[in-house]
Design a protein around this ligand. Structure first.
Ligand code: OTD
Ligand code: ZN
Ligand code: ZN
Length: 345
């Protein structure tokens, strides 16, 4: 039997949600990841140290007995965020701050309108040696949805990274060749996460033969030339690009809807999907760096000391998952066959 053993991986971008849903999402992620950067887009969002600490506690209560898992918390930046909020967050052990342009994605209505007004806050994040995580899309109505990532680079991100040269910035869930090129050309303080869906799919998988709501996420899938740029960069083994699933569950009826929610729930097959892609690319030797080394290295955290083993074995992703709420969720890549499976310990 062919196996692949790597240092235990971490997920550098995901959405656990809250309440009962934690009993579904936290075990799914703790199945294979030792740590995860937990996004703060709850309702209401996680905007201060106390909310982050309480949210972390709720997540810890959902970690299955015997599992070793550490949530790394983030603060949601708004136009009300102060430098003191950042200092308090740092003191409470919060890892990073998340910049959402208002309206860019699910539950981001409370986010930032004028990014320039936040420059003092970015300076504090830099001084506290925290990281700035960026949802890099403009939200101006006149900008085409497929151009929003590139427009964000040109209008904001270029300026942020050139103003705060010592600030570590993660360009989250990148989807375009423009983003790849920007990160490659930037300093070592700029990195990016890449999701399984943006490596596996392009916009044809969203729109050809009928609308496929379970492939709808934000930033939206782009044309295949952009998908190819993402695949090429992960296959190159560049340490500036690492794993972030953006796993983001929505109930089936909220996605199969005339106004369907954005987000793909990939936690139950995350590491397997990445292994599938790296194998397709003939780059399985690059999986460990992407999944387990470059993330902690960039965050200034130790690499995990345990290992995870994948077995070469075909299996089918379930067509439905029923969380404690009883409302079914269709997982990402439902019904598809994946060629690697996590070895259960
Ligand atoms: N994208 N859905 C969600 C978040 C992400 O932009 C993101 O990080 C969500 O549902 O929270 C999505 O499509
Ligand atoms: Zn985002
Ligand atoms: Zn996300």
């Amino acid at each position: 039997m062919q196996t692949l053993t790597i240092t235990s991986p971490d997920d550098w971008h995901l959405h656990f949600r809250d309440g009962d849903m934690l009993k579904e999402t936290v075990p799914a992620t703790a199945r294979c990841f030792k740590r995860a950067i937990v996004m703060p887009n709850l309702v209401p969002p996680v905007v201060n140290a106390q909310m982050a600490t309480e949210y972390k506690q709720r997540i810890m209560e959902a970690v299955p007995a015997g599992a070793e898992f550490e949530p790394l918390m983030t603060l949601y930046l708004t136009n009300q965020t102060t430098r003191q909020d950042i200092k308090d967050a740092r003191a409470a052990g919060v890892t990073a701050c998340k910049l959402y342009p208002a309206g860019a994605t699910t539950n981001s209505d409370a986010a930032v309108e004028g990014i320039d007004a936040l420059f003092p806050v970015f300076e504090e994040i830099m001084q506290q040696n925290m990281l700035l995580l960026v949802h890099g899309e403009v939200t101006e109505a006149e900008i085409d949805i497929f151009d929003r990532e590139k427009a964000f680079i040109d209008k904001y991100l270029q300026k942020i990274v050139s103003t705060f040269t010592d600030l570590r910035v993660v360009f989250e869930h990148i989807t375009t060749k423009d983003a790849v090129d920007f990160v490659v050309a930037s300093s070592d303080n700029v990195a990016a996460t890449i999701t399984p869906q943006h490596l596996l799919l392009n916009r044809n998988d969203l729109l050809v033969g009928g609308i496929r709501p379970h492939n709808y996420c934000l930033p939206v899938l782009k044309r295949n030339t952009h998908q190819q740029a993402l695949r090429n960069i992960v296959a190159s083994g560049s340490p500036k690009f690492f794993l972030g699933t953006d796993s983001a569950p929505h109930e089936q009826h909220k996605k199969e809807n005339a106004c369907g929610c954005a987000g793909c729930y990939s936690a139950w097959s995350a590491i397997e999907l990445y292994a599938h892609v790296f194998e397709e690319l003939g780059a399985l030797d690059k999986l460990e760096g992407f999944a387990s080394h470059y993330g902690p290295d960039f965050y200034g955290l130790p690499r995990n000391t345990s290992t995870l083993t994948l077995i070469k074995q075909e299996w089918q992703i379930p067509t439905s998952i029923t969380p404690p709420s009883g409302e079914p969720i269709v997982p990402f890549f439902a019904g598809e066959t994946v060629s690697w499976k996590l070895q259960q310990s």
